[in-house]
Design a protein around this ligand. Structure first.
Ligand code: AMP
Ligand code: MG
Length: 465
């Protein structure tokens, strides 16, 4: 068998999903295959490049052993609850080595509502590049196995070439999956879901309260890692937050260039609900929704359940702040001397000077002069340098392991998408290669480190899927 599928999700009770099949496309072409990931999953990358491989990756053929389905979930979107969402443009084929294999953009499902179940090529490229970049940065993320151009057009603001992403995830269980059953008062399936989360992610899980605790720990660590590289998810709805603690659902996500805590990119996020500086707060808000959904399983006495859940939720800020302090201490090269005041005054300096977040941190390992090529030598810059140098212990090697030289910058992604929309994938492959080694200098690609010139700045990103 080409794909050694197991299908544990499809064994769950019928309320968890709808069986559905990908809808064929007319003339698909393969744009990218992730060889390393294919091998991890026990698939031959050469097979994926074959005609048969392409027909699987484009949804034209359901591979032997797959049990295609769309998963049910609910979710709070921008604060408002939708009891019925579900995979509207994604189809789970099955699991390989314990990981979900999903086609995103493979046609309508019973959960598509008014959507077409398709995806434009641009968002597929963005997800491919950014999810793989996150993985290379060492941040938990869903992965991209392959990308196909569908050969068909999709109607967005204008007609766009269509794309299909093959996504790999530890699972696609979301906070919204728990909310789906909680909102229906379906406690039997809520129990089944907790057991399933134990099977997939947390072998020593001891019940619903423990699940809450574990997801809180994972998410506190994840959001701290996002913050440490300037990543802005953009749509932190509860249906876009995984129980596994992987970054999931890359829509209008972006890395910030100049440091601005209020930065947001998503065109639809006018209020900045999901701005950089709000991400930890929003994560905690989402985790509170998870807690509410789990309450019926936590204790028969709801007051007691609420108290237990509140105690767990109260740990989130502590876990998050300590993870963030650890990461940023490494970023300024002082892992053994965590000093939030020193870190914060550096961030204040970057904000005041509108400096590039990534370049400024990366320069630190080269010392004073390198930093002063990124920021102006103001009085506050001088006094910060004096305090930093006075610690006398900064560790350049460590800094270069946590301060990336290369991030998937917005303007680069835009260029890649524009070229791809005209059939040129060379820029995609080049950027993808560079992003595989974000912490190496890769001197031949220095321009890819640069922040955008004023005319290149991307102010807004779109879901556009
Ligand atoms: P998102 O927050 O972008 O991950 O998606 C929110 C919900 O909208 C999910 O239930 C998606 O499956 C659904 N959705 C988004 N785009 C489409 C589309 N083009 N067709 C059908 N459903 C969609
Ligand atoms: Mg989503």
């Amino acid at each position: 068998m080409r794909f050694p599928f197991t299908n544990t999700y499809s064994q769950l009770p019928p309320e968890f999903f709808e069986r559905t099949s990908p809808l064929p496309v007319s003339s698909p072409s393969l744009i990218a295959v992730n060889d390393e990931l294919a091998i991890e999953l026990g698939i031959d990358p050469e097979f994926l490049r074959s005609d048969e491989g392409l027909s699987v990756l484009s949804g034209n053929q359901v591979p032997e052993g797959a049990e295609p389905l769309a998963m049910a979930y609910a979710g709070h979107q921008f604060g408002g609850f939708s009891p019925q969402l579900g995979d509207g443009r994604a189809i789970l084929l099955g699991e390989l080595h314990g990981k979900d294999l999903q086609l995103k953009g493979a046609g309508r499902t019973p959960y598509s509502r008014r959507g077409d179940g398709r995806s434009a090529l641009g968002p597929v490229i963005r997800e491919y590049l950014v999810s793989e970049a996150m993985h290379a940065l060492g941040i938990p993320s869903t992965r991209a196995l392959a990308m196909v151009e569908s050969g068909e057009q999709v109607q967005r603001e204008e007609l766009k070439p269509g794309g299909i992403l093959t996504r790999v995830a530890s699972s696609h269980l979301r906070i919204g999956t728990v909310q789906f059953f909680a909102a229906r008062g379906d406690h039997a399936n809520l129990e089944a879901l907790v057991s399933y989360a134990k099977l997939r992610h947390y072998p020593d899980l001891s019940g619903a309260l423990d699940l809450l605790r574990k997801v809180i720990e994972k998410q506190a660590s994840l959001i701290a890692q996002w913050m440490s590289v300037g990543f802005i998810h953009g749509v932190m709805n509860t249906d876009n937050m995984s129980l596994s603690g992987e970054t999931i659902d890359y829509g209008p996500c972006a890395f910030m260039d100049r440091y601005d805590p209020a930065q947001r990119f998503s065109y639809i996020d006018k209020q900045g609900r999901y701005a950089y500086q709000n991400q930890a707060y929003i994560a905690q808000w989402n985790l509170s929704r998870l807690a509410e959904a789990l309450l019926p399983l936590i204790d028969k006495k709801q007051e007691r359940a609420a108290e237990l859940a509140r105690n767990e939720l109260a740990k989130f800020p502590v876990l998050y702040e300590s993870a963030r302090l650890r990461l940023f201490s490494k970023k300024i090269g002082l892992p053994e001397n965590p000093d939030w005041e020193l870190i914060q005054s550096f961030l204040d300096l970057l904000e005041e000077q509108k400096a590039d977040f990534t370049l400024a941190f990366r320069s630190l390992s080269q010392g004073r002069d390198a930093l002063l090529s990124q920021i102006q030598e103001t009085q506050s810059a001088r006094s910060w340098l004096i305090r930093w140098e006075a610690t006398g212990v900064s560790d350049p090697l460590l800094m270069d392991q946590v301060n990336p030289a290369f991030i998937p910058r917005n303007h680069r992604i835009e260029n890649v998408i524009q070229a791809a929309d005209h059939g040129n994938f060379t820029p995609f492959h080049e950027l993808h290669e560079i992003l595989k080694r974000p912490y190496s200098d890769q001197k031949e690609f220095t321009p890819y480190q640069d922040s955008p010139a004023p005319h290149e700045i991307v102010c807004a990103t779109f879901c556009g899927t």
